[in-house]
Design a binder for this molecule. Structure first.
Ligand SMILES: [Zn+2]
Length: 178
């Protein structure tokens, strides 16, 4: 599993790819905070001892996106876009996990629950391991190198999404006025 930082970066990239830019700074900060929280939230399952299962799935994404659209979470202006943005953001988490390093059985994430209970793991390990064994000597070195790797991969993707988003917004404001 990648670190919360990696999940936060991927969440912003996923959410920003479809949600618009809020008019004021407060709205933009609130949108970013909610998207980042959604990206990290599936790992709260560690607290109940059911890691990488139902919360890391398409089913969970659909449930959370539906609640978000119903309650109009302030990440986008219309219910449809809220639903899409939240579903994509939630799914960025199991996607990253599936592309990460997993050493605890069952390997992978239950990505297609409730349609399938199978655990899915990509053939390539794009992201490095994150150690929670803080008492071990290699705790810091493992995590620093993994977080660095996540930032190097996800940072440019996020920057690209942010640039395209800004450019599209500029395109809208540049429309001729009648
Ligand atoms: Zn996870």
């Amino acid at each position: 599993m990648p670190s919360p930082l990696g999940h936060g970066l991927a969440a912003l990239a996923a959410g920003w790819s479809c949600a618009g830019i809020a008019a004021d700074k407060r709205g933009r900060l609130r949108q970013a905070a909610i998207l980042a929280a959604i990206g990290v939230a599936p790992d709260l399952d560690l607290l109940v001892g059911r890691h990488s299962m139902e919360t890391h799935s398409l089913g969970a994404a659909i449930i959370v996106a539906s609640v978000a659209a119903w309650q109009r979470w302030p990440v986008a202006s219309s219910r449809t876009v809220i639903w899409i943005a939240v579903a994509l953001t939630w799914m960025s988490h199991p996607l990253l996990d599936a592309l990460g390093s997993d050493t605890s059985v069952p390997i992978g994430v239950m990505a297609f629950w409730p349609f399938s209970q199978a655990h899915v793991q990509a053939a390539w390990e794009v992201f490095g391991p994150i150690s929670r064994r803080y008492w071990r000597d290699d705790f810091l070195s493992i995590n620093v190198s993994s977080v660095l790797r996540e930032t190097l991969i996800l940072g440019p993707i996020l920057a690209l999404v942010a640039a395209v988003r800004k450019w599209r917004k500029e395109g809208v404001t540049e429309e001729p006025q009648h």
